[in-house]
Write a protein that binds this ligand. Structure first.
Ligand code: 3HC
Length: 314
């Protein structure tokens, strides 16, 4: 029942900073927004394993291989936590997963770019996971309890991801001229797609206002993007790498770094499915999903038998 009274009480709870739990009353639109945003987040975590997984066998040392393995395993876990959080909204994981593997549900644009050299793995850790931290530390205060709680552990692991990427990149940047060039090339290719991760400009974002009204997010796309740029410019300088934006300029009055125009045409093309790696990513996910069908069927059969035995025993 969605009476005005229910909506008023719900908004009062949000405005008082209360956490909404699965069994609480919530507007259907709030539930649908959470399912949309959280499921796309979970899809992103799982698809995000593909670009990095591409380098596990080719890591330059056993130490780097172990670190990359740990990171990719963390991302799998992030996906599972968030899918579990989405399931508390009364939707089956199978439906969510098939919605992007066979449907048109989105995952983060950033994972539709190729990882051409090992320096890309360093830059993903530093920039992509760094952007994720900016976003996810905000989401750890989201109004929906299961989502906020999933973010707390995820943010701890993302901090390790960001630091190990930055440390590896610093090593490359202070290595041979070839290593430094490889590192700079990777930064040049990943900088603008990373800024796109935060979503379109606020005035082109159909969802921001509602998500903020309901406390799902507490900052807008542009605010998060700006906070990420402010913290990253100095990090690049500290390791002797340049960000590929001639318009970068520190504004003493605002205390922020101004930056150039983001290529939004590229962003909208990528989320329409026309990015460099969209087709490969979905093809890989479909293959894994279909090859893993027998595991899901076996687990479901085992659960069915378990339930039957419990019913017989009771
Ligand atoms: N990639 C793909 N789609 C995007 C996008 C992106 N970077 N940014 C926006 N979009 C889509 C939105 O999903 C929306 O489409 P829809 O209505 O069909 O879902 C449309 O573009 C308009 O965008 P809005 O700004 O209105 O949408 P949101 O307010 O939901 O903002 C968001 C988009 C910033 C991605 C927000 O949903 C969000 O913060 N999501 C949770 C965090 C998340 O998903 N992060 C993905 C990265 S995964 C990751 O960081 C893994 C780590 O280990 C590296």
């Amino acid at each position: 029942m969605e009476t005005k009274e229910y909506h008023k009480k719900f908004q009062e709870r949000i405005d008082n900073g209360e956490t909404i739990e699965p069994k609480d009353w919530m507007p259907e639109r709030y539930r649908k927004q959470l399912i949309r945003m959280m499921s796309q987040h979970a899809h992103s975590e799982v698809v995000g394993m593909l670009p990095e997984g591409n380098w596990i066998e080719r890591a330059p040392s056993l130490k780097r291989k172990k670190i990359l393995l740990a990171k990719v395993q963390d991302e799998a876990g992030h996906g599972l936590y968030i899918y579990s959080a989405v399931e508390t909204l009364g939707i089956a994981r199978r439906e969510l997963v098939e919605d992007y593997i066979y449907g048109n549900a989105k995952y983060s644009s950033i994972f539709n770019y190729p990882t051409l050299t090992y320096a890309d793995i360093c830059v993903i850790g530093w920039l992509v996971d760094g952007a994720a931290i900016v976003n996810q530390t905000m989401l750890a205060r989201s109004s929906y309890g299961p989502y906020a709680r999933a973010m707390i552990r995820i943010c701890k692991e993302e901090s390790f991801h960001q630091k190990q990427g930055y440390e590896m990149l610093a090593k490359m940047a202070s290595g041979t001229p070839e290593q430094k060039k490889m590192a700079q090339d990777a930064v040049n290719r990943w900088w603008w797609p990373t800024l796109m991760m935060f979503g379109p400009p606020d005035d082109e974002s159909p969802n921001n206002a509602e998500l903020i009204k309901w406390g799902v997010k507490s900052k807008t796309n542009d605010e998060l993007r700006q906070s990420f740029v402010d913290r990253t410019v100095m990090e690049a300088e500290a390791i002797g790498l340049e960000l590929p934006d001639p318009d970068l300029n520190y504004n003493k009055e605002t205390g922020h770094w101004e930056f150039g125009e983001i290529p939004w045409d590229e962003f909208w093309e990528v989320i329409r499915g026309n990015g460099p790696m969209n087709r490969e990513r979905i093809r890989a996910r479909r293959k894994a999903y279909e090859e893993g069908a027998w595991v899901r069927e076996a687990a479901a059969e085992f659960a069915r038998k378990q339930k039957l035995n419990q019913e017989k025993a009771s």
